[in-house]
Design a binder for this molecule. Structure first.
Ligand code: 80O
Length: 389
């Protein structure tokens, strides 16, 4: 059976799709905390649970290496995400985080870290309801331990630990189709260093295109064009929070960011997240905002390059500057910072700039999921205002 595990979980089931009698909202009610399983699920006898303290340089390095060698690869197994230690610390030590949700599996003998899964708390609005959720990410099982059915027990264990904190919903993404996506997004790439992208096989030379013609096609100005375009600073947090809350209010699913969240998620953090805004030179009003996060990929099996430097579009708001012009300035800054490629999903209003700014469609899709929360109909990507790392 295809989804033996997922058919036992409170998620939208294939048989329910289109059944408009089913109400929107939680699929199962909360369990009384006294009835939540108090002890961890059983692992195969050779393995044991461990809580990964990301404050520990040693543990953070073990997590980094496990992901660097065993985490998600593209469909052609040419690239593998290579999240940095700084990034992982930023992504996991968030306002109100629970260390117990940073879960590892070790081999009892060697004590080697062989698997990982994480949750972080988030307030996610679905239509007019703000729901406390766990954002689940970084599920990784060592390549040598695949198809030992470790993933289902790790998902049950993180679910149990989330329940112990009285949280009953979750959000997650996957490149695979599971029961059942709340949205299915297409990813797009904008070449910044086309020669390297072609050399490593990420892109192919277009038909009837020469390399020099391709380099010219993707050339960008040396500096940004929007008046008042500058890096975000701590003093901008209140204004950016207002701008972002207003903007995200239009989407069916979106984070309910407060100033504390904006300070953590959107203040520039070198080699982790970059954010810029437009301050009107006349009124000093902050009218626009753009951001991207840094997620390099290891290039598997290439003699001349080992790393693909990729920027991922994060949250962008345009109220005065045309969105395409704002995002073109983001491309210009990313090129200045020596990124090879700028990636984006077709979520929010991104579709409006993808073609104009010479993004090309990627060869895959990213599916968004909610755990224990039904929405009547799957969303169009343009109704989704949530970007997961
Ligand atoms: C270029 O190196 C890659 C290394 C591994 C996988 C992929 C393809 C892929 N699966 N891409 C995405 O999932 C993706 C494409 C565009 C924007 N965000 C994305 O994923 C984000 C969000 C979900 N968690 C991973 C990072 C590419």
């Amino acid at each position: 059976k295809k989804h033996k595990f997922w058919e036992t979980q409170p998620v939208g089931q294939y048989k329910d799709v289109g059944d408009t009698n089913l109400p929107e909202g939680p699929i199962e009610p909360p369990t009384p905390l006294s009835e939540v399983k108090q002890e961890p699920y059983n692992l195969p006898s050779a393995y044991e649970w461990t809580t990964c303290d990301m404050d520990s340089e040693e543990t953070c390095n073990e997590v980094y290496l496990l992901l660097k060698n065993n985490y998600v690869e593209d469909d052609e197994n040419m690239f593998r995400f290579n999240y940095s230690k700084e990034f992982l610390t930023w992504a996991l030590r968030v306002p109100g985080y629970y260390k117990s949700w940073h879960i590892g599996v070790r081999a009892k003998g060697s004590k080697k870290l062989v698997a990982f899964i994480t949750g972080i708390p988030a307030r996610i609005r679905v239509n007019d309801k703000v729901v406390k959720m766990a954002e689940i990410n970084f599920l990784c099982v060592h390549k040598k331990l695949r198809s030992k059915r470790l993933a289902p027990v790790m998902i049950k264990e993180v679910t149990r630990r989330v329940h112990l904190e009285d949280i009953w919903q979750a959000a997650y993404t996957a490149g695979v189709v599971l029961p059942t996506p709340v949205a299915t997004c297409q990813y797009w790439h904008r070449s910044l260093n086309p020669k390297k992208l072609i050399d490593v096989g990420f892109s192919r030379l277009g038909a009837r295109m020469t390399m020099s013609r391709t380099i010219k096609l993707y050339k960008l100005p040396d500096s940004t064009v929007t008046n008042g375009f500058r890096k975000m600073e701590l003093r901008d947090v209140p204004a950016v929070t207002r701008l972002l809350r207003n903007y995200l209010g239009q989407f069916v699913v979106a984070p309910d960011f407060d100033e504390n969240d904006v300070e953590h998620w959107l203040l520039p953090h070198e080699d982790v997240v970059d954010s810029y805004l437009v301050e009107s030179p006349e009124t000093h009003e902050i009218t626009d905002f753009c951001s991207f996060y840094t997620l390099p990929s290891s290039i598997l099996g290439n003699q001349s390059y080992s790393t693909l430097k990729a920027a991922y579009s994060y949250y962008n708001v345009a109220t005065k500057t045309p969105l395409s012009q704002l995002m073109n300035d983001a491309l210009i800054v990313a090129k200045q910072k020596d990124f090879d490629v700028f990636n984006a999903l077709d979520v929010m209003q991104n579709e409006g700039f993808l073609k104009e700014l010479k993004f090309g469609p990627g060869d895959g899709q990213l599916h968004y999921y909610l755990y224990n929360y039904r929405i009547r109909n799957a969303l169009r990507p343009s109704e989704l205002g949530l970007v997961l790392l």
